[in-house]
Design a protein around this ligand. Structure first.
Ligand code: BV8
Length: 252
């Protein structure tokens, strides 16, 4: 078969023998679902903004309506997207491995829609765009009055509503981050998939695995700062690599 991906026997053996595999995903795993990554040019009316200019409390304070509408556009985009073969292969890994920890930087919820999180909860480091919270008291809000004003107001305190995501300059959820750090340093194999590795503290996770002498696999069609340090670097799309990897390991 042309372009068949060949994996090293060492990698296949390591997965077969692993008790605990950790996967960190970034926007690249959702690229094949049609969800633009952060490094892709913003499309349409958002092309004149950089994500970092919109994904921050300062941007929200400066122009809450603009930020709310950016997230509404992304929510719409994500709701029309479907999990791809890469997401589904990670569901297989969760089913087949003794222990599996999926850590995601993505806020699109596609891992859960694919079926991840049944045996082990998905660790969402940066929140989830489908959840909304009050900017004033940070409490999650499920329903609110739509009176045409954007952003809508919190039904409890009339504060502005915002997406339940971690913005630049905001702390990550402490429990999620400490679980991710513990998993990265305590597993047998760490896979970094579809991330440019530029945003901290998520970007430090593969290096924590390397520091603990845990083999690290990178799956990314483009080089990143991790590529030269990873134990295995597979320069190909996740939607192709991951199903082929599951097939090669379990000969399904
Ligand atoms: C924090 C949610 C403590 C929102 C996101 C100065 C001032 C303040 C802070 C900082 C500072 N300097 C540094 C910082 C820390 C800052 C940071 O890291 N900044 C960067 C830009 C330098 N981090 C923070 O602020 C974090 N909080 O540190 O708190 C603190 C507090 C105050 C002051 C200081 C410190 C919070 C970071 C979280 C931000 N929120 N998302 C939203 O989504 O709207 S981050 C967002 O961007 C994503 O969640 C993701 O994490 C990141 C994008 O990264 P990737 O997922 O890797 O996506 P990217 O597009 O970059 O890359 C895609 C990759 O996929 C590419 O490599 C591509 O080749 C590959 N690819 C493409 N197709 C495929 C593929 N791979 C596989 N298959 C394919 N088919």
């Amino acid at each position: 078969m042309e372009n068949e991906i060949v994996f090293s026997d060492q990698l296949l053996q390591q997965i077969r023998q692993a008790q605990h595999v950790v996967v960190l995903t970034g926007a690249g795993i959702s690229a094949e679902s049609g969800v633009p990554t952060f490094r892709d040019a913003q499309t349409g009316l958002w092309e004149r903004f950089r994500p970092e200019e919109l994904a921050s409390p300062e941007a929200f304070r400066r122009d809450p309506r603009l930020v709310w509408e950016w997230y509404a556009w992304r929510r719409e985009l994500v709701s029309k997207a479907s999990p791809n073969a890469g997401h589904l292969a990670l569901v297989e890994l969760e089913k087949r491995l003794p222990v599996f920890t999926l850590i995601t930087q993505n806020v699109d919820g596609l891992h859960q829609r694919a079926g991840s999180g049944v045996r082990f909860p998905v660790i969402e480091l940066h929140g989830n765009i489908q959840r909304t919270k009050c900017f004033a008291d940070c409490q999650i809000v499920d329903t609110w009055e739509e009176d045409g004003e954007l952003p809508p107001r919190c039904p409890r305190c009339a504060g502005l509503l915002r997406p339940d995501v971690v913005w630049f300059g905001e702390l990550l959820p402490a429990e999620a981050l400490s679980a991710a750090i513990a998993a990265a340093a305590g597993c047998d194999l760490f896979l970094s998939i579809g991330t440019s590795g530029l945003v901290e503290p998520a970007a430090s996770l593969p290096y924590r695995a390397l520091a603990a002498h845990i083999p690290v696999v990178e799956i990314n069609p483009h080089p990143t700062p991790l590529s030269s340090l990873a134990t295995f670097a597979i320069p190909a799309p996740a939607g192709e690599v991951l199903p082929a990897l599951v097939k090669a390991v379990w000969e399904v």
